[in-house]
Design a protein around this ligand. Sequence first.
Ligand SMILES: Cc1cc2nc3c(=O)[nH]c(=O)nc-3n(C[C@H](O)[C@H](O)[C@H](O)COP(=O)(O)OP(=O)(O)OC[C@H]3O[C@@H](n4cnc5c(N)ncnc54)[C@H](O)[C@@H]3O)c2cc1C
Length: 431
Amino acid sequence: MGTSSQAKSFNLAIVGGGISGLTLAISLQKHNIPLTVYESAAAFGEIGAGVGFQANFVRTMELISPRIKEGFLRCSNNVETEPPKWFDVRIGDTRKADGEGFVHEKDGRKLALGDPIFTILSRPGPRGGVHRAHFLDELVKILPPGIAQFKKKLVDVTEAAGGDAVLHFADGTTAQHTAVIGCDGIKARTREIVLGMEEARPKFSGKYAYRGIIPMQKAVEFLGDVEPRTPQMYCGYKGHVLTFPIANDTIFNVVTFSSRDEWTDPEWVVKTSREDMLADYADWTYKVKSIIANVKNPDIWAIFNHVPARTFYQSKPRICLLGDAAHASTPHQGSGAGMCIEDCYVLGELLGEITSADELEKAFRAYDAVRRPRALKQVETSREAGMLWDLEGPEGDDLKAFEKNAVSRMSWIWDHRIEDDLKRARKLLRA
Ligand SMILES: Cc1cc2nc3c(=O)[nH]c(=O)nc-3n(C[C@H](O)[C@H](O)[C@H](O)COP(=O)(O)OP(=O)(O)OC[C@H]3O[C@@H](n4cnc5c(N)ncnc54)[C@H](O)[C@@H]3O)c2cc1C
């Protein structure tokens, strides 16, 4: 086993330049691993919307490189409320209220529609929401220019004599590397190659989301100064609405979720109108409706996730899946991108320890053994969380049972020590 300062006799292709691909590139650069990022788009970019990272994920960013954390802090609003808060949970659906507008009785007090029912506490430390495009820009700044090739859409990977992987792109060109790390997202071509078309196929989760952003100043005008600046969750039947500040408190991010049995449109992101959005929330409170009414240019996102992968890697040719390519999740626990960061830390450190192509498979196996159970558990519990927030879980609309589940369900994600994962993976690598 080598050290990170030793020259590597392998070089890697990273397919996809999203949060996973770029974070992994930073992690591998630290260990002087030669690599090229192949991105299908003409430039790095993300669809404009927010993404939140809790304290454990920001700590993992720092373990990969303090510069990632610094970049995150520059573009996040870094909410450090005391006590630390994930969401205030409120009921936003008038159908849950009695004749007088009350939805729940707690500690001898009647709680009305729109009142905070309880708060889901998070964990201390820097955390918060970022605009995806801003965070991606920060990641790009850390990488040397020329590390990426654009308009390179991967269509296939074959094996060269000697075991290298040959990447075939839609423009007819090829590239040869010792191994491929598939960071190409939920519809990953690398996933199809490793798992086969059937197992790789994403599954509609039964939920779709409207996503939009509102300038914070505008949100403060109709919601007051306090609520828009802290994360809020409004729950109801077959839907919930999340709001949280991003981009140093300058943007009010809105995601509203609704349920339907199937999604038939081949496109997953489609333009919608405010009227369609409002129609889904006809029975909700005036406040929820005014949040929706103020969203400009809303998009509908069909929410798909992956069925559990039986493996995250293959050896002929060498391909390893990471981030959404390996375990795309619904967003209901706000942890999909966080899991990508964790993957990058573990795989990056393992690859930093080896020097030769022969050891790659062992590193992939150790990464797979440690990361797969945790990442797949996140996918499944996130789907369940979507049912909980939409009052469709086993708790239904029993708000006492709902609270009990909600305040404890994130502990295994947030209290996890990623260094312990790495320790286990290193042991496997050396075994
Ligand atoms: C509504 C919603 C809200 C979310 N909120 C949160 C949140 O609050 N917190 C959180 O942690 N996570 C959240 N997530 C999850 C998070 O967005 C994803 O887990 C994360 O962005 C995945 O990053 P990735 O780099 O693995 O994949 P992607 O972001 O999908 O990037 C894949 C990249 O690969 C490129 N690519 C694709 N195919 C090819 C190809 N064939 N050849 C070359 N390049 C290719 C793409 O152009 C893209 O740049 C949310 C997700 C959704 C849908």
